[in-house]
Design a protein around this ligand. Structure first.
Ligand code: SF4
Length: 349
């Protein structure tokens, strides 16, 4: 099996292409930095590839807060912490949940070294170390569909309708495998006109825009589609939906961006078994490291590469004791390699 033939392999190539070549039209401005991640979203909707377009200077200032994401409790604190010492209940807006959770988050922020704290007559006072920067310019979601059959197109159409109605991402795209047809077959599918289409050659890492997207209204209230009628002669049911206020969308967007910043797209190794003796990282076009299975003699998917894999064999303890090739055995070295590459892509680190 070709390593790009399954959706997982195609997705890694799509991420790599975005990291190197985004945006698909025009040049990337010097002031813009890109953070690429995968398999992120909300409870109801998970995107394959996420591209965060960032202000480069602001992203470097974000780096002072560390590589780990700031969850909503920490964000509440670092976004509102005062420049001078103040009692935390006076300084922070009412969180809408018990203050004891805020206190716990203050202790976590203090341990991470991203907030100054002190006690004054048994009262916790806080002071910010740095202002939390406005580092996210745009969020772009890409669905990867190397081969789109009729039923996959129907599902994809529903997913994109959901994205367009919600307006959580600034743009949504579908990346499909480039074909030899003069009109890409995906254009005959019933997809929302707001979604852009990219024809990607995963080997050469070249993509062509075959349909331009429309910008979505991220600052307007969103419509969350909860249920839609199945259709047919006997189905008169109505679609169910709810509105989402802009402030909730803004919070969700920042939460997604923070997770993308933490994970990048090379974190695939965390859901695979690099501690298996058959696991390899192989270089390829574009200097990208991808997973390869020595037992299967091909690129394995993330779903295959788990503890339930029939070919799984733990790496022999001798590999670790001999410090192969540096320290900790191949599994650990794979993780280090990917982490180093992830770090290189983050300005300010
Ligand atoms: S044998 Fe199974 S667990 Fe081991 S690397 Fe291959 S796919 Fe992964």
């Amino acid at each position: 099996m070709d390593r790009d033939s399954h959706e997982f392999g195609f997705e890694l190539r799509s991420c790599r292409w975005a990291e190197r070549h985004w945006p698909p039209t025009g040049e990337r401005r010097d002031a813009t930095a890109i953070v690429v991640s995968r398999q992120l979203g909300t409870k109801r909707r998970r995107w394959d590839t996420i591209v965060i377009e960032c202000d480069r200077d602001a992203l470097e200032r974000r780096a002072r807060f560390g590589v780990d994401r700031l969850d909503s409790d920490l964000l509440h604190i670092v976004q509102h912490a005062p420049a001078g010492w103040a009692y935390y209940r006076d300084a922070l807006p009412d969180p809408g949940y018990p203050w004891r959770y805020v206190r716990e988050a203050i202790h976590r922020a203090d341990e991470r070294g991203i907030l100054d704290t002190r006690k004054d007559s048994n009262r916790i006072q806080i002071r910010r170390k740095w202002p939390y920067p406005d580092w996210v310019d745009r969020i772009v979601a890409i669905e990867n569909k190397p081969d789109l059959d009729r039923s996959a197109a129907r599902t994809l159409g529903h997913q994109l309708e959901y994205d367009v109605a919600m307006g959580l991402a600034d743009e949504v795209w579908v990346a499909t495998r480039e074909t030899d047809e003069c009109v890409e077959p995906i254009l005959f599918e019933d997809l929302p006109v707001e979604a852009g289409v990219l024809a990607l050659d995963p080997q050469a890492l070249i993509a062509e825009v075959v349909w331009h997207p429309r910008s979505l209204a991220v600052d307007d209230p969103g419509t969350r589609i909860l249920d839609r009628p199945g259709g047919g002669d006997r189905d008169d049911s109505a679609a169910r939906f709810e509105f989402v206020v802009p402030a909730a969308k803004a919070d969700k967007r920042l939460a997604i961006a923070e997770r993308a910043y933490e994970r990048g797209f090379r974190s695939f190794v965390e859901t695979m078994r690099p501690d298996c003796r058959h696991f390899r990282l192989c270089g390829r076009t574009g200097n990208q490291l991808g997973p390869h299975c020595g037992a299967k003699r091909r690129s394995q998917t993330a779903a295959e590469c788990s503890g339930s894999c029939p070919d799984f064999e733990p790496e022999p303890p001798a590999w670790r004791t001999r410090g192969w090739p540096i320290e900790g055995g191949p599994g650990k070295r794979c993780r280090q390699l990917l982490e180093e590459r992830r770090r290189r892509q983050r300005p300010g680190q």
